[in-house]
Write a protein that binds this ligand. Structure first.
Ligand code: SF4
Ligand code: SF4
Length: 352
């Protein structure tokens, strides 16, 4: 076990110094760390062993933001206490245990691995969680509750919010959670109020109970609260939240409609901003393009791949890219098997 003190005689080790020290010790063969931090960022996730058969183990006290961010399979992190924002950001396979609370955006963008929290988590936690079937499903277990706007734009994975010590809360998911959720499942115990209209709250099926039952003991053991098993396994107190879009096809909502009805109104900063809800085009055409496609007749074999795949339907049968439609995305050049399209800088002045 390698013990690292990051504060010596009031001299604080910087994040960069700490991460470089950890990496040097890993390169020298060390795999187990106990670190007394003073708010240094990114501990755990950004340290990798070249020998992938080795596991890395971290016990942390008082770390800063992004504990375990981008953590890989084979990394195990235990935080003895609470942590600030972004814990497990883009977790890619690490196991992260936080014995206390997490700040905002815990498990944000998590794509694999497990995050176990023995307290509460802040706003926007679990937002943008996702699942690539090539990798293990990301799991995010929380003993108590989440802040508002959690699971925003969630696309996959599983979150389990146990609602312990939340009897007085109007909602264990705060306000306006699950906005824009398109995939994954949030299991929740206790009161839920004011979630987005794109999701539905459902009773548990037998397969849900089996999943929760198989994971609950593991979770409670990890956070040292196995005494709560009886309280948290009364499945009649649980529900699951899933996006309606998973089951039924809905009419596609325009971005303007989404902003007016789902995102801004009553949502974050809704009381403080005035917004005309106009949506600006991000991809310009004509002279606004950064690059323009140029076609070389000599190289072309007439396969029509470019014509079929141009997202703007900008290429004519005679291979002229209509500048009023073309956005300079370069897809034609990327797909052409003969490199007959070349993207060149558009040096023209932008005209309005
Ligand atoms: S750059 Fe993009 S938009 Fe323009 S012609 Fe090629 S594929 Fe179409
Ligand atoms: S993809 Fe290339 S080779 Fe095929 S038609 Fe288009 S320019 Fe010609």
């Amino acid at each position: 076990m390698e013990r690292i003190e990051t504060l010596n005689n009031e001299n604080r080790m910087s994040t960069q110094e700490l991460l470089q020290l950890i990496q040097a010790k890993i390169d020298a063969g060390c795999t187990d760390f106990e670190i007394n931090a003073c708010g240094q960022h990114n501990i755990g996730g950004s340290s990798w062993a070249k020998d992938k058969s080795k596991t890395l183990n971290f016990v942390l006290r008082n770390p800063g933001q992004r504990v375990g961010a981008m953590g890989m399979k084979g990394t195990f992190i235990v935080v003895e206490g609470s942590v600030p924002a972004d814990t497990g950001w883009l977790n890619s396979g690490a196991e992260i245990i936080v014995k206390g609370d997490c700040g905002d955006t815990a498990a944000h963008c998590a794509a694999s691995g497990e995050i176990y929290v023995g307290g509460r988590v802040g706003a926007r936690s679990g937002a943008l969680m996702k699942h690539d079937p090539k990798f293990k499903l990301p799991e995010f277990w929380v003993l108590k509750n989440t802040g508002s706007f959690s699971f925003e734009f969630m696309g996959g994975g599983v979150a389990v919010i146990c609602g312990h010590d939340c009897e007085k809360l109007k909602s264990v998911l705060g306000e306006r959670s699950c906005v824009g959720m398109v995939g994954g499942t949030v299991y929740v115990r206790g009161a839920v109020d004011n979630v987005a209209s794109c999701v539905e709250i459902l009773p548990l099926a037998q397969s849900d109970i089996e999943f929760l039952a198989s994971g609950m003991e593991r979770f409670l053991s990890k956070i040292g609260r196995i005494d709560l098993k009886k309280e948290l396994t009364n499945w009649s107190e649980w529900h699951k939240i899933q996006p309606i879009a998973v089951k039924t096809s809905q009419k596609r909502m325009s971005i303007k409609e989404f902003r007016e009805t789902e995102w801004i109104e009553g949502g974050i900063f809704g009381e403080f901003i005035s917004d005309d809800f106009s949506v600006h085009e991000l991809a310009g055409t004509g002279d606004s393009r950064c690059r323009i496609p140029e076609w070389n007749k000599e190289l072309c074999i007439g396969c029509n791949i470019c014509i079929k795949n141009c997202p703007q339907k900008a290429i004519s049968e005679s291979f002229v890219a209509d500048s009023e439609k073309c956005i300079g995305c370069g897809i034609c050049a990327a797909l052409c098997p003969k490199s007959a399209w070349k993207m060149v800088n558009n040096n023209k002045e932008i005209t309005k």
